[in-house]
Design a protein around this ligand. Structure first.
Ligand code: NAD
Length: 438
């Protein structure tokens, strides 16, 4: 199969590279010339474990290439994937579809023979039909079908998620498009990963419903964690106790500083908006958005409480600023709430993150960047763990405490315990949803 992949971000690049690894001929397109230049030089513009090696292998095999010229990639393609961003539209919470529709118009002008135009971006119900109308309007007589193929990969584990998915969802309108999609995903069909074929609307809805459900699960446990703090219960035990119930499952039950990232915040907002547009407010999702905002603000209070609310002039070392480990993605990360609030209250903030600096330098003005947690803790008044990178999961707490001016820790990922911290010489330790504090 010949595939054009429009957009080389976290989803487009991973999908393009993995499709080429299936044996398809893939041309990845991006309108950002800087990205194309990097990719052509063999460099990966994002941090995603394993992507560089897989990309190099398929470029060497002659199956994968990169261009800024959409028309040349679409010419002769069996399938054209749209994997551009769908961020929140300014002002109203709706998904901004301008990138998707721009791509559709460019594809319309470039189609030469039959192709399936596949939307991989997360888009509101009805968008695939809009894509079809846009292409048909711009290029009457073009021979094409549309398909909805939402992506469920997680940044940081994207290749494994793509190659070993829980399921593949394909929304189509006819058998011809279904056959092209089946040919593309055949290597996964053969390995028995479930493929769910639906209509366009259901495929679009599945993606939002899945993300809203996961965001709800995280937010639910965060709210229970807050209640644990007031009632004497321990959220770790509570999570374990409910997660062992097979109907609930143990994933996404870790209390923390609230969800962030490139998907949950914007997709919950978009679902809420879809509900409003259809006269059916998504009350659960709307509440989840509100509770998640409150959870983030509670994290600021937790750090402030280490100093009885007076952080002015204090030096605070923040470990981890990306929205989760193993990615450089900073979009809507909890750090973007916590760090500016601390700086606003007069604290001096130092930051350590294995991959976050490139993006974080612009997003977190006023912080000082360090490469090493122990150096960053020298003479500091508190350490705040915000992202559970592996290197922050096995800190030598004693080494950390001895170099701090005031050994205090806010462990917002519940990695350590008050006992560990106390033994290491910390005088203050707080976490999320546990009585375990000093
Ligand atoms: P991204 O912002 O990282 O990448 C989008 C890329 O598209 C950019 O490089 C941009 O330059 C390019 N682009 C935009 N318009 C273009 C055009 N007309 N022609 C060529 N290139 C164009 O976005 P992302 O994180 O990869 O997300 C893409 C979509 O996938 C979104 O709808 C998102 O919701 C969805 N999604 C993301 C994830 C994730 O973990 N990031 C997971 C599942 C689904």
């Amino acid at each position: 199969m010949k595939i054009a992949m429009i957009g080389t971000g976290y989803v487009g690049l991973v999908s393009g590279v993995c499709f080429s690894d299936f044996g398809h001929d893939v041309i990845c397109v991006d309108k950002d010339p800087g990205k194309i230049e990097m990719l052509r030089a063999g460099k990966v513009p994002i941090y995603e474990p394993g992507l560089d090696t897989l990309m190099a292998r398929n470029v060497d095999a002659g199956r994968l290439s990169f261009t800024g010229d959409l028309a040349s990639a679409v010419d002769g393609a069996d399938a054209v994937f749209i994997a551009v961003g769908t961020p929140t539209r300014r002002g109203d919470g709706h998904a901004d579809l301008s990138y998707v529709m721009d791509a559709a118009r460019e594809i319309a002008a470039a189609l030469t023979g039959y192709a399936v135009v596949v939307t991989k971006s997360t888009v509101p119900v009805g968008t695939n039909r809009q894509v079809r109308e846009t292409i048909a309007g711009a290029s009457p007589g073009a021979d094409f079908d549309v398909a909805s193929n939402p992506e469920f990969l997680r940044e940081g584990a994207a290749i494994d998620d793509f190659m070993r998915p829980d399921r593949i969802v394909v929304g189509v309108e006819n058998d011809r498009a279904a056959e092209v999609m089946a040919d593309i995903y055949r290597p996964l069909y053969l390995r028995d990963f479930p493929v769910l074929t639906t209509d366009l609307e259901s495929a679009e809805m599945i993606k939002y419903a899945a993300n809203a459900f996961l965001a709800t699960k995280i937010t639910f446990i965060n709210e229970i964690a807050a209640l644990c703090e007031r009632t004497g219960a321990d959220i770790k035990k509570v999570s374990q106790g409910i997660g062992l119930d097979g109907r609930i499952g143990n994933k996404f039950l870790h209390a923390g500083p609230g969800y962030g990232g490139s998907c949950f915040p914007k997709d919950t907002r978009a679902l809420a908006r879809i509900g409003q547009d259809h006269g059916l407010p998504m009350q659960i999702t709307e509440t989840v958005i509100k509770v998640n905002d409150e959870t983030r603000r509670r994290m600021v209070d937790k750090v402030m409480d280490l100093f009885d609310g007076r952080v002015a002039g204090r030096t605070i070392t923040v470990l981890g600023v990306t929205f989760k480990p193993n990615t450089d993605d900073m979009r809507e990360a909890p750090s973007l709430t916590v760090v500016p609030a601390l700086i606003g209250a007069g604290a001096r903030v130092r930051v350590v993150d294995p991959q976050g600096r490139r993006e974080g330098e612009d997003l977190l003005p006023g912080v000082t960047w360090f490469d090493d947690a122990y150096e960053a803790a020298q003479d500091a008044d508190a350490v705040v763990i915000l992202t559970e990178w592996n290197e922050f999961r096995a800190l030598d707490l004693k080494r950390l405490a001895t170099r701090m001016a005031n050994p205090a820790m806010a462990d917002l990922r519940n990695i350590y315990s008050a006992q560990d911290a106390h033994r290491a010489g910390f005088t203050h330790y707080v976490s999320v949803g546990r009585q375990d504090q000093i």
